[in-house]
Design a protein around this ligand. Structure first.
Ligand code: NAP
Length: 490
């Protein structure tokens, strides 16, 4: 039997008993059970969906101490961050409960019949949406609650009327197993089929590949690396019947710090930025990995302030030894491609020290390696001679979850051009603050052009995450009984 061994992320030591990896039969069974639960769940009214989502949130909170302790052990993210993340996760579950109860998944567009001749005339038409079917959810390592077993993908899929089969992340198998136990207790209490929310554990990439290839899986929702997302997207497309694949991937999140902002608030911005670069040991998809600055005295004054503020930060150990190795390799790769190190923090092993590097705009545009996400507490300054170069650098980035513009507060031709460039490549454009911290709200857009997402028209965070799992259907001249269901599938 293949197993996964939970590991203490701070020491690398084995913790607790090994966990059985799911066999091919287990994965097939989980998907078959989800498929069997689909028709009934798709036809549930909003109240029933809300009851499940709220019960899951309550149950997570009831088990908080045990779950946070497991998460801390397997991720080293610390209880403060993890309690906050659990709060965000239950907030998200309850928010999707509210949306389901308000009838958002059942909204219909009524297009009454028009008499006369075509093309203006038409039959009575109603556009509504149906849930896609069982969703394969791929958990990320760096959000053991919010982008894991009961994270946003699971919550939004359930609210939309879809069962899920979660592929647990192998970096926190112990926590994932405990959350699965919480889920099963809730499903039993509510007399719902256990197959509605399944969990599979994989010791190798094969488990995820089998899951996304399964003919009864109707969509994939992935949070993780660009490489992993690309591999799974290719699998989703190579199926006999390709399926939608929503991949939220890596991102380098450019921050454009214009001289006007640096002159006004340089010291404060340096402290804020240093905190954002090292938050969670830099292990955020919204980590500000790229800083665009114009040559000149304000930038010259700002960089030493940033170096000082960063050197005072003490990142904690990373999620795993493999993540640490990848971080060191990523920093080396930037230097090999011509970036100059401005700060090489040594850290307190196994925690890495903060890294700050610098490169010219021209070099950045020439060398693709400089545009790779380095997952950890590091950032690369790109020195630009003028605003044209800033825009060229943004264009070279191509796709990002966020772009931050500090100092674009006036309505000028330059600022308009900058905003245009930022909106062209990012899902979220900020004009103050830092990109880390993604609010779960109505207007949120978490997903930008490739390589930050496989589906930039959609978001994995916020209310619109629900839309990913619903497919429009037009009902033409439908009978009254069907229209009377108010958009709830039969
Ligand atoms: P990861 O290593 O890509 O893992 C994510 C999931 O994909 C895991 O279940 C993993 O399982 C699976 N996987 C990876 N490669 C695969 C392959 N070739 N074939 C099949 N399955 C594969 O990502 P991670 O290390 O957890 O997370 C860090 C990355 O996620 C960073 O790049 C970060 O920026 C990104 N991230 C993005 C967002 C966002 O919302 N955009 C949020 C958080 C994190 P196995 O390990 O078992 O293969």
């Amino acid at each position: 039997m293949t197993t996964l061994q939970p590991v203490n992320a701070r020491t690398g030591a084995a913790h607790g008993k090994p966990i059985a990896a799911s066999s091919a039969d287990d994965i097939d069974q989980a998907v078959t059970d989800a498929h069997q639960a689909f028709t009934a769940w798709a036809a549930t009214p909003g109240d029933s969906r809300a009851a499940l989502l709220r019960a899951l949130a309550d149950a997570l909170e009831a088990e908080r101490d045990t779950l946070v302790a497991w998460a801390d052990l397997e991720t080293a993210l610390g209880p403060v961050r993890l309690n906050g993340e659990l709060d965000r996760t239950t907030f998200q579950l309850r928010r999707f409960a509210d949306l389901a109860q308000r009838g958002v998944p059942f909204e219909v567009l009524d297009d009454p019949a028009v008499a006369g001749s075509p093309p203006a005339a038409h039959a009575a038409m109603v556009r509504q949406r149906v849930p896609l079917g069982p969703v394969a959810v791929f958990a990320a390592s760096n959000f053991p609650f919010a982008f894991s077993v009961l994270g946003g993908d699971t919550a939004s899929a359930l609210a939309a009327g879809c069962p899920v089969v979660v592929k647990a992340h192998p970096a926190h198998p112990g926590l994932s197993q405990r959350v699965a136990g919480v889920i099963q207790r809730v499903l039993r209490t509510l007399d719902l089929p256990l197959g509605l929310i399944g969990l599979v554990q994989g010791a190798t990439v094969d488990a995820g590949v089998q899951l996304i290839r399964h003919p009864l899986i109707a969509a994939g929702a992935f949070t993780g690396s660009t490489r992993g997302g690309a591999a799974l997207q290719a699998e989703a497309n190579a199926r006999a019947r390709p399926i939608p694949f929503y991949g939220e991937l890596g991102s380098i999140n450019p921050v454009v710090a214009l001289p006007v902002a640096l002159a006004a608030r340089g010291a404060e911005l340096a402290r804020t930025l240093a905190g954002s670069i090292t938050l969670g040991c830099g292990q955020f998809c919204t980590n500000p990995g790229l800083l665009l600055m114009l040559d000149g005295p304000d930038t010259e004054a700002f960089i030493p302030q940033l170096v000082l503020a960063l050197s005072r930060q003490q990142p904690h150990p990373m999620l795993s030894a493999a993540m640490r190795k990848a971080f060191d390799a990523g920093v080396r790769s930037l230097m090999d491609a011509g970036a100059l190190s401005l700060l090489q923090g040594q850290g307190t092993p196994p925690a890495p020290g903060p890294q700050l590097l610098q490169v010219s705009a021209q070099r950045f545009i020439e060398r693709a390696e400089l545009r790779e996400e380095v997952f950890g507490p590091s950032s690369l300054i790109v020195r630009c001679a003028n605003l044209d170069e800033v825009r060229q650098v943004l264009e070279a980035v191509g796709g990002s979850l966020t772009v931050t513009l500090w100092g674009a507060d006036e309505d000028t031709a330059d600022n308009r051009a900058l905003v245009r460039s930022a909106m062209q490549i990012a899902g979220r454009v900020l004009f103050a603050g830092v990109p880390t911290g993604v609010a779960v709200t109505a207007a949120q857009q978490h997903g930008g052009p490739w390589p930050s997402s496989t589906a930039p028209m959609t978001t994995s965070v916020g209310d619109a995450a629900l839309d990913r799992f619903l497919r429009p259907v037009c009902l033409q001249d439908a009978p009254a009984w069907l229209l009377g269901r108010g958009g709830v599938p039969c």
